[in-house]
Design a protein around this ligand. Structure first.
Ligand code: UDP
Ligand code: MN
Length: 793
């Protein structure tokens, strides 16, 4: 019976219906499979598509670049371009990557990276004084994450008054050398295979889902901008939700674990308990990216020789290649330079939101926009509370109404304008004062945030609100605008006299802690421009010293304050932001630049350095001690704050945060031996005489200090008027009469003690050995030659 029914059913039109039904089911199944794939693989497909585009671009551009270089292109930055281009042509060297892999960290090797630049170049723009400081040039073996070609050395600009000798070490990764076989061959095949099937789908998604509202807003700038922006926001959230679907699936198979200790939140702002998800890989664009656009994918651009004049003419607008920057899309793609494991890292679902604060003065239009777009496009919208642009009394017209108008497309962007020039410190504070996010993220106004930059920073604050995370600061070339990645294991440090510098984490620390290239790096001093900090904590710390002016030293101040008052500064290798390092500050200083920076540094030294401040002054800043020369302002509040917060000593900071820095408190110490008398200086009943040298006698022990004092306890040797010989007076840093030059570069007088206030007068042992006197300096007079037992410097 049943069979009959079925047969009847399958007869005639029934058969057609059944066929249609079965076909639809099969179609549906296929469709679902395709849909599932497209959802779960949104990120990776977008990435793959980008990789393919990048490769195509590289092939096309390389031939152009080579041609231009052959023509002998010259503009102010020729050396770097040539270096880059030459490096491209060099044979790849796998030595470093192999060495690294032998260390068992192969998974961390990032094959998608483009160029490596030694970070010592950064110090250029962060060197505060005019004292020569050699920057660390890291040995090649420490650049562990890449296959590198040979290093090319190049000297960067020197800011006026800053005698810095930097070696710019540009290395090019294998991807840049040979775009065709630059990618790991297996991965490459995978990409090719996947791309053939999915490329169309991926690009459709890219356009339809990520950007439609922006595209529309672009076409109809005057209509319903806000609604469209909301629409765009919704779409973006939609995308991140989809990514979350993906993440939830991933959670069922926990390949990556947060380490147990990191799962425990310390000092967190809220008592949330939440799940985790894989770091979101967002990279929105205004419109589909044009692979042929200038500087697309962070590539180096070599302009034709005929542009030299205009490049030069516009250079001073920002002290970088402004002419070129203006041609690069404001939302260009840049290579994802994170160590590979970063994309797999888990972060909490309920991270705090952040206000991103950009302060700027006369920033170049295109770089300001690129900075803002990089934040809008690469930050999870639910974490980005707002972007605050603080205009520090810029003079350029385009930064007024035109900027207001442009930014009105983006409801998250707020502009506040200062009524007079405050400098970056007080401008940041003005931004912080109105910020609504739980975390403040400060950025310079000529940066590009890379994919996945934000969550790893916020995660650290989430885990402990006293953590102050900084992204790895990568280099956007001031000349060719290429995006260059930097060596691993780099951290910010200071050298005397409070000069910021980069140096690599010591090998033994890396080994002892089993550090991988994606682990947070303890950072004694932040570079200054880019960091996140819990807002409440920032205010608890007393923010920056608002008495600091314009630029300089504020990174030292906030760093010492954070570390000494209970916080931590970290560099987070999974968060990467490119920054244009300029050879000079492109803006004017209301007062003399050097004086401004020196004054700031003196404030920092007085409040934070304890007995070490003498070392700061001793490195060419003695003149700052003269109140007539420099008024460093009132420090009462800062000193009070330090007391109130019960901050630790600078000695503690050096020993615990920067233990690899050895910095002797005195220049020389021990007995003071006179070569003529062959006896030692001794203090007897308040006056100076000589005794047979005896290390056990405390009255023969003196220090030669950074203040250039000859000092015993709190007493300093001071020449008096001729008849009265010498007195030992309470030491006073401001008194020039107490300073003695010793071991100066003049070889003939190297062993002499030259009274600084006098005109070539030297300390001389009176031949009877009763006392000392001041006489005109004579290079060969051995009664004027002195030797301390131990010299530290
Ligand atoms: N800035 C500011 N007011 C000033 C000086 C600087 O708003 O008086 C801004 C500047 O536009 C930039 C940030 O502060 O966005 C940091 O300055 P800069 O980039 O010159 O510092 P560097 O990167 O050289 O340390
Ligand atoms: Mn900057």
């Amino acid at each position: 019976m049943k069979m009959v029914n079925v047969r009847r059913y399958l007869r005639g039109s029934g058969r057609v219906l059944a066929f249609v039904f079965v076909a639809s089911v099969i179609w549906l199944l296929f469709d679902m499979a395709a849909l599932r794939m497209s959802i779960s693989d949104v990120n990776s497909q977008l990435l793959k598509e980008r990789v393919i585009r990048e490769k195509e671009m590289m092939i096309k551009q390389q031939s152009r670049v080579t041609q231009l270089v052959m023509e002998g292109f010259k503009h102010p930055v020729q050396k770097v371009e040539q270096a880059v281009t030459h490096a491209w042509r060099k044979q790849k060297s796998n030595k470093l990557a192999q060495a690294y892999r032998r260390g068992g960290k192969e998974h961390e090797v990032n094959s998608n990276q483009k160029q490596v630049i030694n970070k010592s170049v950064h110090a250029n723009s962060r060197n505060n004084g005019d004292n020569p400081t050699k920057q660390d040039v890291r040995p090649k073996k420490e650049a562990v994450n890449l296959d590198l070609s040979e290093a090319v050395v190049h000297k960067t600009h020197r800011p006026p008054g800053v005698q810095i000798n930097q070696n710019l070490l540009i290395k090019t990764a294998r991807f840049a050398q040979n775009p065709v076989d630059g990618i790991d061959s297996k991965a490459d095949q995978k990409v090719k295979g996947a791309s053939a099937k999915n490329q169309t789908k991926a690009s459709q998604l890219h356009v339809e889902e990520a950007h439609p509202a922006q595209t529309i807003a672009h076409q109809n700038p005057n209509k319903n901008v806000n609604r469209k922006e909301e629409n765009m926001e919704a779409k973006r959230v939609g995308m991140s939700e989809r990514t979350n679907v993906n993440v939830k699936k991933e959670r069922l198979k926990p390949i990556v674990h947060l380490r147990a200790k990191e799962n425990t939140r310390i000092n967190s702002t809220a008592g949330r308990t939440a799940g985790v998800h894989k770091v979101l890989h967002l990279d929105m664009t205004q419109a589909p990216r044009d692979p042929k656009a200038v500087g697309q994918f962070g590539q180096a651009v070599l302009l034709p020789k005929s542009d030299d004049a205009v490049v030069k003419k516009r250079w001073d607008e920002g002290h970088f290649n402004v002419y070129l920057s203006d041609q690069i899309p404001v939302d260009r793609a840049i290579p994802d330079t994170r160590p590979e494991s970063c994309a797999q890292n888990l972060v909490h679902d309920d991270l705090p939101s952040t206000s991103v604060i950009f302060c700027f003065v006369d920033e170049v239009w295109s770089t300001l926009l690129r900075s803002v777009h990089s934040v809008l496009n690469r930050s999870p919208p639910h974490l980005l509370k707002e972007i605050i642009l603080v205009d520090d009394f810029s003079t350029k017209d385009y930064l007024k109404e035109p900027l207001d108008k442009y930014m009105s497309q983006f409801p998250k962007v707020r502009i506040i304008r200062l009524k007079e020039r405050q400098g970056l410190i007080r401008a940041r504070l003005a931004g912080a004062a109105v910020a609504k996010g739980e975390v403040l993220t400060f950025l310079d106004s000529h940066i590009e945030c890379n994919v996945g930059w934000l969550e790893p920073l916020l995660e650290r604050v989430y885990l402990d609100r006293r953590k102050v995370p900084c992204p790895v600061i990568e280099v956007i070339s001031d000349k060719d605008m290429s995006y260059m990645l930097v060596d691993n294991f780099q951290r910010g440090i200071f050298k005397w006299p409070l000069v910021f510098s980069w140096s690599s984490v010591p090998e033994d620390v890396i080994k002892k802690n089993n550090m991988t290239i994606s682990d947070p790096i303890k950072c004694p001093v932040m570079a200054g421009g880019l960091f996140s900090i819990d807002k409440k904590y920032f205010f608890e710390l007393g923010t920056y010293d608002p008495g600091l002016d314009v630029w300089g030293g504020e990174n030292m101040e906030i760093s010492f304050k954070i570390w000494m008052c209970g916080g931590e500064i970290e560099i987070i290798p999974c968060s990467r932001v490119g920054h244009i390092f300029r050879g000079q500050n492109p803006y004017k200083f209301p007062k003399d630049r050097q004086k401004t920076v020196e004054r700031n540094l003196a404030r920092v030294a007085e409040v934070w350095l304890d007995e070490y401040k003498d070392i700061f002054y001793g490195h060419g800043y003695h003149h700052l001690l003269d109140k007539k020369v420099m008024d460093i302002g009132n420090l009462t509040e800062q000193i009070e704050l330090r007391k109130r917060l019960k901050c630790k000593s600078f000695k503690w900071y050096l020993e615990n945060v920067y233990p690899d820095f050895s910095t002797p408190l005195v220049k020389a110490e021990g007995l003071v031996f006179n070569r003529g008398l062959r006896k030692c200086l001794a203090l007897q009943k308040g006056s100076l005489s000589f005794e047979v040298c005896n290390l056990n006698k405390q009255n023969q022990h003196f220090n030669y200090t950074w203040m250039r004092h000859i000092r015993q306890q709190g007493l300093c040797v001071e020449p008096q008027s001729k008849e009265h010989g010498f007195a030992l007076l309470p030491c006073d840093n401001a008194k020039r009469e107490l300073r003695w030059l010793h071991k100066i570069s003049n070889v003939a007088l190297a062993e002499h003690l030259i009274a600084e206030f006098s005109n070539h007068m030297c300390l001389e042992a009176e031949p009877r050995g009763v006392t000392v006197r001041l006489s005109p300096c004579e290079p060969n007079n051995i009664f004027q030659k002195w030797q301390f037992t131990h010299y530290s410097v």
